[in-house]
Design a protein around this ligand. Structure first.
Ligand code: NAI
Length: 245
């Protein structure tokens, strides 16, 4: 089992890619903390997996005090060996129509939230090391109309990952990122069928990804099998980027 006896935190763990990662991590022997704003879904998942294996902690990743409390509780419940820094939001808007608030909302969650969680993770991993996996996106590598804040945040996550990897290396703290292509999760529910068909065609494999396919990558990067991987980004995109580079 890849994560036997490891303690794992997954932000955004109550839905989509995060939920799939919680399920896979527990199946691989981890004890896991589901960290999310959505208490109803998070509590239900924790109850399904059982008290011994999973605990829900309500957290807003934009709030440093929530993040600190999350790590204190996780340290007590399971220890902090791996963190999947995955909470994020989407949103489509032409750049000229963005309000300051809309811009800030996405940057706060998708970039500053990732930093706040990674910072706290590194504080907790100073003595024994660990693995932090940040969720970026194919849109961290490529531009796309009407996603100015999202693409800026995800591009930021890629380079933040490299810098944190350099700072953590001597302490045995690995920091890497995953860049999913379009994955069929609730994040895409706002899109109409025409848009989904267009997005599907962007993937040479001819389909959207499944949350489990990103979860597999996250679990691998948090496991000791990835012991020489740090500062790297892993594309999980059905070949999307291959035709663009
Ligand atoms: P999702 O909408 O299914 O799940 C996101 C989770 O994050 C939800 O449970 C939500 O409650 C939680 N969340 C949102 N704001 C939060 C906050 N401030 N504090 C704590 N939790 C918060 O989305 P999905 O698709 O699973 O996305 C997960 C990550 O994957 C995101 O970072 C997203 O940007 C990234 N991603 C998703 C892609 C897709 O096509 N679904 C493509 C590339 C990247």
């Amino acid at each position: 089992m890849r994560l036997k006896d490891k303690g794992i935190i997954v932000t955004g763990g109550a839905s989509g890619i995060g939920e799939a990662t919680i399920r896979r991590a527990v199946a691989e022997g981890a004890r896991a903390v589901i960290a999310d704003m959505n208490a109803e879904a998070g509590e239900a998942l924790a109850a399904e997996l059982g008290d011994e294996k999973a605990r829900f902690v309500r957290v807003d990743v934009t709030r440093s005090e929530d993040v600190a409390a999350l790590f204190r509780e996780a340290a007590d419940f399971c220890g902090v060996d791996g963190v999947f820094n995955n909470a994020g939001v989407g949103g489509l808007c032409p750049a000229v129509d963005y309000t300051d608030e809309d811009w800030q909302h996405i940057i706060d969650i998708n970039l500053s939230g990732v930093f706040k969680v990674a910072r706290e993770a590194m504080r907790h991993m100073q003595e024994h090391g660990g693995s932090i996996v940040n969720c970026a996106s194919i849109l961290g590598h490529l531009g796309q109309s009407e996603t100015a804040a999202y693409t800026a945040a995800k591009g930021g996550v890629l380079n933040l990952t490299r810098t944190l990897a350099l700072e953590g290396a001597a302490k045995g703290i690995r920091v890497s990122s995953i860049s999913p292509g379009y994955i069929k999760t609730p994040l895409l529910e706002v899109l109409d069928q025409e848009t989904l068909d267009f997005l599907t065609d962007l993937h040479p494999v001819g389909r959207l990804g499944r949350p489990e396919e990103v979860a597999n990558a996250a679990v691998f990067l948090m496991s000791d099998e990835a012991s020489f991987i740090t500062g790297a980004d892993l594309l999980v995109d059905g070949g999307f980027a291959a035709g663009k580079s």
